[in-house]
Ligand binder design. Structure first.
Ligand SMILES: Nc1nc2c(c(=O)[nH]1)N[C@H]1C(S)=C(S)[C@@H](COP(=O)(O)O)O[C@H]1N2
Ligand SMILES: [Mo]
Length: 325
């Protein structure tokens, strides 16, 4: 069994290999350790999270499967997709969002849609959810760090929202601004990124039907660590373009600055389309590791242009994608 060292120093089996029996046994072990005072608050929280995952338990949020936009590949186990996360507002370690995002308060939540639009809107989550019928889309998501997952998301095309606000002729780009609240998010005190975490798209990219405004995954509302209560999922781009916990959407004239581009412009471009031919300065983008398939013998998969979503190619016709990485 693979053993992963947890931040609190207690060895935990790698999540995808945990069986109910192991969960039960590790719980008993935890209980004994608690009894002798060997574990503190963080470990308790971690145990609570692990139990919550073991039982499922998120509120249901079904969507009607959209088969034309869904891959038939094996889905990443829920436990892996919810315990191996990048969400820097809750820490830079992959295990930290699952442990610390419990403090994120997702109700009430409002999203304001503003800027170059004829009909600006401020919507609470319920109103935003009801704007269009929810679909389930099983997308591959490829992180720039060289791993990927297959996740059944629940949401609707962002283009549905664009229609409602009627962008003006000046709206050339869309900026996504996410929550940055030090009180709820321990990572926001750090200087790894400029807060709030912001991302952006060209308006025609935002209008592509694949761009998903996302509220759920695996038939449930998004777990906090996956970007509750509302995020983008852009399957043809590296994962960092898919901003979590969005509070503001601005239609703008000029290309917006984005957090990752500001932190390292030569590493993270504005477009950041998945592209096996353009390497990141510190690592190759030619192949990837599918989370949940880890092991000594697991093969690496070849990374596909646009992560396999060739539908988007016309958006970039005539563009030099080495220059506009
Ligand atoms: N607000 C915010 N959004 C974010 C991030 C973040 O740190 N903060 N990380 C990004 C990165 S690098 C990735 S790979 C994906 C991960 O999404 P997942 O945890 O649901 O798989 O979220 C993206 N969205
Ligand atoms: Mo990422």
């Amino acid at each position: 069994m693979l053993i992963k060292r947890s931040p609190n120093g207690i060895d935990l089996p790698f999540s995808s290999e945990i069986t109910p029996r192991e969960i039960y046994e590790s719980r008993r072990k935890f209980m004994r350790q608690i009894a002798v005072g060997a574990v503190g608050g963080a470990a308790l929280l971690e145990m609570a999270q692990r139990e919550a995952f073991a039982q499922g338990g998120g509120a249901k949020l079904p969507g009607k499967l959209n088969p034309s936009y869904s891959t038939l590949e094996k889905q990443t186990p829920f436990k892996d997709a919810t315990t191996y996360n990048n969400y820097y507002e809750f820490g830079t370690d992959k295990s930290e969002p699952a442990m610390y995002a419990g403090t994120l308060k997702t109700h009430p939540w409002t999203v304001s849609i503003e800027g170059e639009v004829k009909k600006p809107l401020t919507l609470d989550l319920d109103a935003l959810l009801k704007l269009a019928p929810l679909e389930e889309r099983v997308y591959r998501l490829r992180c720039v760090e060289g791993w990927s997952m297959v996740i059944p998301w629940v949401g609707y095309s962002f283009s549905e929202l664009i229609k409602k606000v009627e962008p003006t002729g000046n709206a050339k780009y869309v900026e996504f601004v996410t929550l940055a609240d030090k009180k709820q998010m321990p990572g926001v005190g750090s200087r790894v990124l400029q807060w709030p975490y912001t991302e952006g798209l060209r308006i025609d990219e935002a209008n592509h039907p694949l761009a998903l405004l996302t509220f759920g995954m695996y038939g449930e509302v998004l777990p906090n660590q996956n970007g509750a209560p509302v995020r983008m999922v852009l399957p043809w781009k590296y994962g960092f373009k898919s901003a979590k916990s969005i509070v503001k959407i601005r239609f703008v004239k000029d290309q917006p600055r984005t957090s990752w581009n500001l932190s390292a412009p030569n590493e993270y471009g504005f477009y950041s389309n998945v592209n096996p031919d353009v390497d990141h300065p510190r690592w190759s983008q030619a192949s990837e590791r599918r989370i949940g398939e880890d092991g000594f013998l697991s093969r690496k998969r070849k990374t596909l242009m646009f992560n396999g979503y060739a539908d988007v190619a016309p958006l970039y016709a005539g563009m030099d994608l080495k220059r506009y990485y």
